[in-house]
Design a binder for this molecule. Structure first.
Ligand SMILES: Cc1ncc(COP(=O)(O)O)c(C=O)c1O
Length: 391
């Protein structure tokens, strides 16, 4: 209907007339749906009537969140899952089969990499991991070994590399694969990869989509024929988003555009502040002209979100001291919620990796990743300032 993204975030998918004239979508807390007589059963099984039958195949509250996400992302079809990892794994297992080849970029989420390298081979699916941003290497792989699916995240963690959608689209046309983009860091407010050449977009709804650090969820969106394969896989294996989580996600999504505006502004202001600080060696934020993918960010994104990564001018001991000195930024994994969080990738995500491997992955001892929330930017900056003054 041509509404803007903020209006769609509030109203899209919501029925015009709700149960008992409620303004919000009710939580339909049921595992099964009954039929009043066998005529209704026959109408349903013969496809005359579309309705709910069993909770693993659909739920009215979940159906509303799916519709809202579809309209936000501009997708023909969508499905939701009980976590982002279920969205990723069902997407890959729904689209790939024995003998297929997957190409994946090397800075994908740790568990996505693990799934592709350790689990997919058990199903006879081979994965080639290519360096993010090295499109020559990707093309060499595609030329030698045709891929059924190419999966890239954008932006990526922790260096916020941005996928070049024009090159990926060109490769897709030349080599014929399904392009899957994990756009968790972007959200449909900042980027809509389906309009830039992606066939399927996946999200961890745990992050910005939910936005309040109170749910786990995932989504896959794209053309109907692809989402149906992913849905069939999920309907068989489980991994369903429950009605309560669907409601929380619906509620979170209503403020998505508003929250992203603040995350984008806070992210930029914090990144700018850190870049000028003498105790900070380097800042990675695609909204800064100094970021290696700044031009791609300008081309493909409307804002760069709230994740800011930086290297301190400090050793491990002083880095840990800095982290413990923060007050507003709570130490913890994840990102995309209203609360400011800080993570130390070396300890929180890569402690079990050998030092050499961490070095290869660029996980330095002095690397810090912030997820700025929707607090006042001045308060966030003052917190960083007092913690930096202590090292
Ligand atoms: C880019 C990306 N994709 C997928 C996931 C997995 O999502 P979840 O934790 O909801 O399973 C994460 C988690 O951090 C992520 O960062």
């Amino acid at each position: 209907m041509g509404f803007g993204i903020s209006t769609r975030a509030v109203h899209a998918g919501e029925p015009e007339r709700q149960y008992m004239d409620s303004i919000t979508t009710p939580i339909v807390m049921t595992s099964s749906f009954t039929f009043t007589n066998m005529d209704e059963v026959l109408d349903y099984v013969s496809g005359k009537v579309d309705r709910f039958e069993y909770g693993r195949y659909g739920n009215p509250t979940t159906a509303v969140v799916i519709k809202k996400l579809r309209e936000l992302e501009g997708a023909e079809d969508a499905e939701v899952f009980d976590s982002g990892m279920t969205a990723v794994s069902c997407t890959l297992l729904g689209l790939l089969q024995d003998g297929d080849h997957l190409v994946l970029t090397d800075d994908a989420y740790k568990k996505t990499l693990m799934f592709c390298e350790k689990v997919l081979p058990r199903f006879g699916i081979r994965t080639t991991v290519v360096k993010m941003g090295d499109y020559e290497e990707m093309e060499n792989v595609l030329r030698r070994n045709p891929a059924k699916v190419v999966l890239s995240e954008s932006p990526t963690n922790p260096y916020l590399n941005i996928a070049d959608m024009d090159i990926l689209r060109e490769f897709k046309e030349r080599y014929g694969f399904v392009l899957v983009v994990d756009a968790t860091f972007a959200t449909p407010v900042n980027q809509q990869p389906l309009s830039q050449g992606a066939d399927v977009v996946v999200h961890s709804a745990t992050k910005y989509l939910g936005g309040h650090n109170d749910l786990l969820g995932g989504a896959a969106l794209g053309r109907k024929e692809l989402i149906e394969k992913i849905r069939d896989y999920r309907n068989t294996t489980g991994g369903v988003m429950d009605p309560m989580t669907s409601y929380l996600l619906l509620r979170g999504l209503k403020t998505l555009a508003l929250r992203m505006e603040r995350h984008n502004t806070n992210g930029f202001l914090v990144a700018q502040y850190l870049e000028r600080h003498p105790r900070v060696r380097r800042v990675y934020y695609p909204g800064l002209p100094s970021h290696h993918d700044h031009k791609r960010a300008l081309r493909y994104m409307r804002g760069c979100g709230g994740v800011v990564t930086f290297e301190l001018n400090a050793d491990l001991e002083r880095t840990l001291k800095f982290l413990s000195a923060l007050r507003l930024f709570k130490i913890g994994p994840s990102f995309g919620g209203v609360e400011a969080l800080v993570t130390h990738p070396m300890t929180i995500s890569y402690y079990d990796y050998p030092a050499e491997e961490r070095k290869r992955l660029g996980i330095l001892d002095e690397l810090v990743r912030l997820s700025v929330g929707i607090e006042d930017s001045q308060d966030l900056i003052e917190d960083l300032s007092q913690a930096l003054a202590q090292i």
